[in-house]
Write a protein that binds this ligand. Sequence first.
Ligand SMILES: *[C@@H]1O[C@H](CO)[C@@H](O)[C@H](O)[C@H]1NC(C)=O
Ligand SMILES: *[C@@H]1O[C@H](CO)[C@@H](O)[C@H](O)[C@H]1NC(C)=O
Ligand SMILES: *[C@@H]1O[C@H](CO)[C@@H](O)[C@H](O)[C@H]1NC(C)=O
Ligand SMILES: *[C@@H]1O[C@H](CO)[C@@H](O)[C@H](O)[C@H]1NC(C)=O
Ligand SMILES: *[C@@H]1O[C@H](CO)[C@@H](O)[C@H](O)[C@H]1NC(C)=O
Ligand SMILES: *[C@@H]1O[C@H](CO)[C@@H](O)[C@H](O)[C@H]1NC(C)=O
Ligand SMILES: *[C@@H]1O[C@H](CO)[C@@H](O)[C@H](O)[C@H]1NC(C)=O
Ligand SMILES: *[C@@H]1O[C@H](CO)[C@@H](O)[C@H](O)[C@H]1NC(C)=O
Ligand SMILES: *[C@@H]1O[C@H](CO)[C@@H](O)[C@H](O)[C@H]1NC(C)=O
Ligand SMILES: *[C@@H]1O[C@H](CO)[C@@H](O)[C@H](O)[C@H]1NC(C)=O
Length: 638
Amino acid sequence: MRVLSFLFALALFATASAVPARQSSHRAVLESRHRLPAGWTKRGGLNKRGVVPVRINLRQNNLERSEELLMDVSDPESPNYGEHYTAKQVADLFAPSKESVETVKGWLREASVASHRVKYNHGQGSVTLNMTVAELGELLHAEYDIYEHDTGALHVACDSYSVPATVKDHVDFITPTLHFNVPLSKRDENAHSRASKAALIGQPGHSAVQPHQGAAVENIFTDLRNCSKQTTLDCLRALYKIDYEPVVKDKNGYGIVEYTPQAYVPSDLDLFFKNFSRGTIGYRPKLVSFDGGVVQNNQTGFDFSSESNLDLEYAIGLVHPAPVTLYQVGDLVEGASFNNFLDGIDSSFCGGDDPTQDGIYPDASNATGSYKGPEDCGTTKPTYIISTSYGSNEADTTPAYEERQCNEYMKLGMQGVTVLYSSGDNGVAGNGGNCTDPVTGALSPNATRFTPLFPGTCPWITSVGATQINPNSTVFDPEGACEQVIYSGGGFSDVFPMPEYQKTAVAKYFKDYNPPYTAKQYNNSQMTRGFPDISANGANYVVAINGNFSLVYGTSASSPVAGSIFTLINDARFARGLGPIGFINPVLYKNAWALNDITMGGNQGCGTPGFTAVPGWDPVTGLGTPNFEKLRGLFLSR
Ligand SMILES: *[C@@H]1O[C@H](CO)[C@@H](O)[C@H](O)[C@H]1NC(C)=O
Ligand SMILES: *[C@@H]1O[C@H](CO)[C@@H](O)[C@H](O)[C@H]1NC(C)=O
Ligand SMILES: *[C@@H]1O[C@H](CO)[C@@H](O)[C@H](O)[C@H]1NC(C)=O
Ligand SMILES: *[C@@H]1O[C@H](CO)[C@@H](O)[C@H](O)[C@H]1NC(C)=O
Ligand SMILES: *[C@@H]1O[C@H](CO)[C@@H](O)[C@H](O)[C@H]1NC(C)=O
Ligand SMILES: *[C@@H]1O[C@H](CO)[C@@H](O)[C@H](O)[C@H]1NC(C)=O
Ligand SMILES: *[C@@H]1O[C@H](CO)[C@@H](O)[C@H](O)[C@H]1NC(C)=O
Ligand SMILES: *[C@@H]1O[C@H](CO)[C@@H](O)[C@H](O)[C@H]1NC(C)=O
Ligand SMILES: *[C@@H]1O[C@H](CO)[C@@H](O)[C@H](O)[C@H]1NC(C)=O
Ligand SMILES: *[C@@H]1O[C@H](CO)[C@@H](O)[C@H](O)[C@H]1NC(C)=O
């Protein structure tokens, strides 16, 4: 009900008479859709005199140079390698041009919108104003309506909108318009029962890249020969040649991102530490709470604690005494999205949240646990390494929404921040094993088109897939792609073009191991982003959950483990007075020798065997798993 209450709560201060006659010539459609996402119906009955907050996201300056700018500081062969930017330098570099600001202001003036109603937000590159639905419909040549979701959630939206052709190149996208593909939950006055539902607004693939539960563990083997049955800290150290004691405490930092109500349980951390990491008993991550994020322990158990416990037990166990930061994002009522996290670490990203995807703070609900403080906006400087084990289907949000977010990862890379995401747990299928209907685009377990996961498909993050120690093998044998309980997410984007840094590796893959699928299954143009970039063990993790040890599977484990290794490498660099490693993909693709190539297994899904792990890069395990010793040598030589 959120948007409706918004509508009628606001004063009406514009009338239809101010709206000029339509000019249908020289218009450019900015976004449109041909079908409603599953679960939504057009309901009608919209009060066109209701007022909505309109946001026009201006085209950022220099965005077309983003790849060049990021490569300039990330490509090992660039003379400016490692010369990262400050946050302010980045914000200024991409602020919209004067021409864009003036063009949009001029357009609104011509549409008889009084200039005092229009606000330009410099740092955020946007123009905001309040408009009646009638005015907005005229401005965008759009038919607004009320859309109802199966859950009862109502939303004001349209199916298509356009701007004058002269304005098109100055605007990224406008809200409110199309964006509601992720089902909204009906607002519920009982915070706790609501929080127990998975599909919170904008919650990033909540049930998706979560660890899968296996059997409870009775006895923990300490013998490295048993690592094919149970993965422990010592197994990972042996697998990835991690023998290193961090020395830098102040500058370094490893950030783990969690979305409320998912939260760690302190006693579980200590249970884990007692058995595997006695030196960290009592250690807790530094809590950075965004938008009312709380480490809630009223609801625990696999659904509420497994992800956080897994991430923190292994991250702390591997990087201690390097400091670990927990970014706990979103309150108990609304939850949050990747955009809310990015707002928290970068004020220039704030203001672009989409109420259909992202948490909106302060929380308008009166439910217990709703966060009434201001939205967190650049509250904290980001840690140099950030790992997130959540993801959503690329098809769940619009390309414009994803591109805006992906550009932000590029900007973090320019500032020396390494961003890692799990690639997904369903092989070539999407969250929950859903695939895409090639004709309607609808998601279902029976559909046949592969369903890539975002942000794994954003070229400016490092996407981490999953491997396993093969049955009856040891840490001294080569791993295979994970084929127990979960399958490593991988494939090719339907949204993002292939970045320059992976072109050679991916071309070799297609030349030598062209997969047996057609354009019906995936974008086989060889022109879109392939993922994952790297991989790490994702099977049989021994994790303390709810006072017991469980076996957990998933790229949920792979990403924090890879992030731990890169945190140790940053430590080694800081100890020598060098800067952070930043965006690592260009270095890795040029130095695949520093990774263990994975050549066994595949990532089945959508009724197919999926792709196959082969020599060199592949869309199952990427370039392979980390070899800490080699990677350290590599990054210390830059
Ligand atoms: C829109 O209206 C709201 C509620 O009155 C107000 O808080 C906000 O500042 C207005 N926005 C603009 C851009 O005028
Ligand atoms: C954890 O360690 C304790 C003490 O060393 C031991 O008694 C216990 O069996 C271990 N837990 C498991 C599940 O093996
Ligand atoms: C651990 O590995 C050794 C060597 O392969 C084997 O003899 C032993 O049975 C294993 N232990 C368990 C509990 O599987
Ligand atoms: C947990 O429950 C207690 C008792 O019902 C309540 O006082 C507290 O606020 C709750 N905490 C959270 C984080 O929900
Ligand atoms: C919250 O409470 C206030 C004051 O009691 C009320 O005016 C408002 O409508 C309530 N909001 C919601 C979303 O229930
Ligand atoms: C899979 O798709 C179905 C049908 O669209 C949907 O109801 C379900 O929520 C999806 N599952 C996941 C995990 O996204
Ligand atoms: C998928 O196929 C199975 C078996 O043919 C069928 O039982 C099921 O209803 C189908 N599910 C959907 C969402 O179409
Ligand atoms: C692993 O070894 C056991 C015992 O030797 C054997 O029964 C099993 O088939 C082997 N599994 C594989 C995958 O080779
Ligand atoms: C595949 O990607 C290319 C490059 O972005 C694009 O031109 C083409 O239309 C895409 N193919 C399909 C079937 O979407
Ligand atoms: C832990 O597991 C044991 C054995 O499966 C069970 O008896 C015990 O109740 C569990 N403890 C908790 C806290 O769930």
